[in-house]
Structure formats: C-alpha cells, structure tokens
Design a binder for this molecule. Structure first.
Ligand SMILES: Nc1ncnc2c1ncn2[C@@H]1O[C@H](COP(=O)(O)OP(=O)(O)OP(=O)(O)O)[C@@H](O)[C@H]1O
Ligand SMILES: [Mg+2]
Length: 266
C-alpha cells in the first residue's frame, strides 16, 4: 500500500472488437476522485466506445472496469447509472417535444422508489416524489445560470439553440446524481464564445458540483483549459498520457492527427 486513495474508476486491460475489428485494445485508464481527465484522439479512435463500455451499452470482451472497487463490466446501463456514472451523448438524446424541465425530470425518474401503479394512481409517495424531482430538475438547470433561466423551463426542448441542447444534456446527466460524469464532445458545434463558456462550466461542474469528469473533446483549447490529465487514443490503443503539454507535443499524438489528415486528403 502506498497510502494513495484508490481511483474512482479504473479500466484494466479492457478490449472490445466489433466483427473482427479491434476497436479498443488492452486499455488501462483511470479517473481519480475530483479529477478531470480528457480522452482525445482522431475520429474512429475508439473514444465513444470507451464510454459505451463504461456505461454498460457494450460489455468488454476482456478486462475489468472497476468503480470504487466493484467490477461493473457487463452490468446493464440502468444499474451502472444507479452506481453513480452518468453520461451525455455525442448525438444528443433529448425528448424534443417535452419541456426543458420535463427532460431533466425524466432523467431523474429512474431513481425513484414509487412503482408505476403508485405513480398512475398519484398516491402520496408518488406525488411527493414528483415534487422532489421537479425541485431537483430546477436545481440542476439553475447551474447553467442565464443560459437556461426559468422562463425556458416550460418551453419545448426543440425551441432551444444547439448550445442549449448540449447544456440540457448535461443537466439530464446531473439529475441521476452521479459521482462521475462522462461528457462526449460537450463543445461540439459551439461557437468560440460558447466554447469558452463550456470550458468554464466543466471546471465548475468539478469545483462546485463535486463531480469527477471524463470528457471526450476535439477542441484543444477546451482540453487545455480543463484537463488535469490527458489520455490519447489511436486505433483503440493508448498512445500517450500525461499533462496537456506533454500529450499535445508527443510525437505519436502529432503523427496520429497528421496521419489522419494525410489519409483524409489522399
Ligand atoms: N456497434 C458498433 N458496431 C461496429 N463498429 C462499431 C460500433 N461502434 C463503434 N464501431 C467502430 O469502432 C470504431 C471506433 O468508433 P468510436 O465511435 O468509438 O470512435 P470515436 O473515437 O468516438 O470517433 P469520433 O471522434 O468520430 O466520435 C469506428 O471504426 C466505428 O466504426
Ligand atoms: Mg465519438
């Protein structure tokens, strides 16, 4: 024992193939309590697949995924959510016809103890829970300040800008009360001002929200601005890990990105 606290999340030798194509190979990765770790790499490197493995969408072919000492590999997504991991999706998964607040409430419902029958009959426990969930949703939305203020709560999600939809995705993830947030390209499609705000927001999620964060991001300004540690993947293999400066200048990382550009322009 070296006296260090065990990581919150630890992947050991994790591997996943799809139809003979090796997408993640022998991956070791950890997130410590209170850390912001960025996962970078060219398109198709396997980043989203790592999220899908951690959240139970796929079971790994090999290796362990350990959350606070418990192997969660292969557990179904709803169990993993309950154990404290929440994520956002690269392609957003909002209920566009539901209101902003209902979207957040829907994410929280998986955590209530009322049965469907109790809810349908609107028995006291179900009504109390509905009030609590509405309150929770408002509290999570309030985190986004001016961007998702009160008057927007009752508007349908389709009326939101793209940037606000990304914020709403994060509010939904927060509503499941996770310890670990997985954010898949939170700044994708945002303009420079919004991207700067997202960088600040991710810092606040850790500092004020108390979440540990694993984030996939292509925007290197964001990665530089938020990361305690950066992990670079290429073809499913970890090619570098360390500080932003060390990883961004690592020859293998530079080559992975340049190689992709060469392939794309060929
Ligand atoms: N369910 C699946 N079935 C078959 N192949 C898959 C599946 N999911 C992912 N892949 C393949 O795995 C590889 C890695 O995909 P993944 O989405 O993890 O990459 P990524 O690093 O997130 O890329 P991007 O930056 O474009 O989002 C790709 O070649 C992809 O086509
Ligand atoms: Mg992806």
């Amino acid at each position: 024992m070296n006296g260090e606290q065990a990581p919150l999340l630890q992947l050991r030798h994790v591997a996943k193939s799809f139809g003979g194509l090796r997408v993640v190979y022998d991956l070791d990765l950890e997130v410590r309590d209170g850390e912001i770790v960025s996962l970078i790499g060219p398109n198709g490197a396997g980043k989203t697949t790592v999220f899908n493995l951690v959240t139970g969408i796929y079971a790994p072919d090999d290796g362990e995924i350990v959350l606070e000492g418990r192997d969660i590999a292969g557990l179904p997504p709803h169990k993993i959510t309950r154990l404290g991991i929440a994520r956002t999706f690269q392609t957003l998964r909002l209920f566009l016809n539901m209101s902003v607040k209902e979207n957040v409430m829907a994410a929280a419902y998986g955590h209530t103890s009322s049965t469907v029958l109790e809810s349908m009959l609107r028995l006291p426990r179900a009504r109390r829970e509905e009030r609590e969930i509405a309150q929770l949703a408002e509290e999570k939305l309030a985190f986004f300040g001016q961007r998702l203020v009160g008057y927007r709560w009752d508007q349908p999600a389709y009326s939101l800008s793209y940037a606000n939809r990304r914020r709403l995705e994060i509010a939904r993830a927060m509503a499941t009360k996770p310890r670990l947030l997985l954010l898949d390209e939170p700044a994708a499609g945002m303009n420079p001002v919004e991207t700067g705000e997202m960088t600040e927001l991710i810092g606040r999620l850790r500092d004020e929200g108390g979440y540990s964060i694993l984030v996939i991001e292509h925007d290197m300004h964001v990665v530089e601005g938020i990361s305690d540690r950066v992990v670079a993947l290429d073809h499913g293999v970890k090619i570098a890990e360390g500080s932003f400066d060390a990883v961004a200048t690592d020859p293998r990382v530079v080559e992975a990105y340049l190689g992709l550009r060469k392939r794309a322009s060929a």
